[in-house]
Design a binder for this molecule. Structure first.
Ligand SMILES: [Zn+2]
Ligand SMILES: [Zn+2]
Length: 308
């Protein structure tokens, strides 16, 4: 069936080449379905105008060109392409609208601190180094809506983009154009993606290939803190989910006095970033170890030996 004049041309039968929109359509289809069935090929032919025999050869070439690495869902592809279709100014305006419409606070994920301490006492930890309790509190704090911690599911924070999107006026026209040209009724955009787009002139195409993803150092759904949102290798990002985080060794000074930080050990993901402070890229989780009396007595004996 011929495409109607109002529809965007996807395949040029004269040059026997796909148009830009056609390439996008085929690439998106390929990411979802690497081996279309006969019926699916027939449907693609009907939609694009490209003969099935040509489509079969194209899919074969694409499978060789793009061996299966990491699966990237179509909604992520659409999200990255949409965010790159808007300007950085639009992304900044959209982020501002989202911040104005919600109540974000600096809060520590309670699941990321073990039961040996309370979240409230972290800032009181003392240290003779720069990484004291106030540093740790800031290090661990997400910028988040408090009810995000209540979701037991993997629910993330999204905004919905539709062709007739009026809520997010800053991107109204761009949303309409993108959704219409890509036949999208609704696109859920993770808010932390928007925050990153507001910092970068463009999101790199490597995000479409599956080896790199937008990740959070805090593994906390809903967090939009700039310092916690990074682009990194997919395997590192996945590893953060199961990482125990930094290890903080404390020395207590009586039951009521503040605790002293003896040592902060970065997590493996922070150590992998060789440049700068390895705590910067460590996971925002902390395991606390409090020295017992025997360990303290041993340390004190060592100190006396060294100083005598
Ligand atoms: Zn965070
Ligand atoms: Zn880690």
């Amino acid at each position: 069936m011929e495409s109607s004049p109002s529809e965007q041309m996807l395949y040029n039968k004269t040059t026997k080449r796909f148009t830009q929109a056609g390439h996008f359509y085929i690439n998106s289809y390929f990411i979802e379905t690497r081996y279309p069935t006969n019926n699916q090929f027939a449907a693609i032919e009907k939609h694009t105008g490209c003969p099935v025999s040509t489509l079969r050869r194209k899919f074969c070439r694409m499978r060789k060109q793009f061996p299966l690495l990491t699966y990237v869902p179509l909604r992520i592809i659409n999200t990255i392409n949409f965010l790159n279709s808007i300007t950085m100014e639009e992304a900044i305006a959209l982020k501002t609208q989202i911040l104005d419409a919600n109540t974000y606070e600096f809060l520590i994920n309670p699941k990321h601190v073990n039961e040996k301490i309370t979240i409230n006492e972290i800032s009181s930890f003392t240290s003779n180094k720069i990484h004291d309790g106030k540093y740790l509190k800031d290090f661990m704090s997400c910028l988040i809506k408090s009810d995000n911690f209540n979701h037991s599911s993997k629910h993330d924070s999204f905004i919905n983009i539709t062709p007739a999107c009026t809520t997010w006026s800053s991107i109204k026209e761009s949303a309409k154009n993108f959704c219409t040209s890509h036949s999208i009724n609704k696109l859920r955009i993770p808010i932390h993606y928007i925050c990153l787009r507001a910092r970068l002139p463009i999101l790199p195409s490597t995000l479409l290939e599956g080896n790199v993803r937008i990740s959070r150092l805090c593994s906390t759904n809903g967090c939009i803190r700039e310092e916690h949102i990074v682009m990194e290798n997919t395997s590192i990002s996945t590893g953060r989910e199961h990482c125990g985080g930094i290890i903080v060794v404390l020395r207590p000074y009586g039951p009521t006095a503040s605790k002293r930080i003896l040592k902060i050990q970065p997590c493996e993901h922070g150590v992998q970033h060789v440049d700068g402070d390895s705590l910067n890229f460590s996971c925002r989780k902390m395991q606390v170890s409090i020295l017992d009396e025997i360990a303290i007595a041993y340390l004190d004996s060592l100190y006396k030996t060294c100083s005598s």
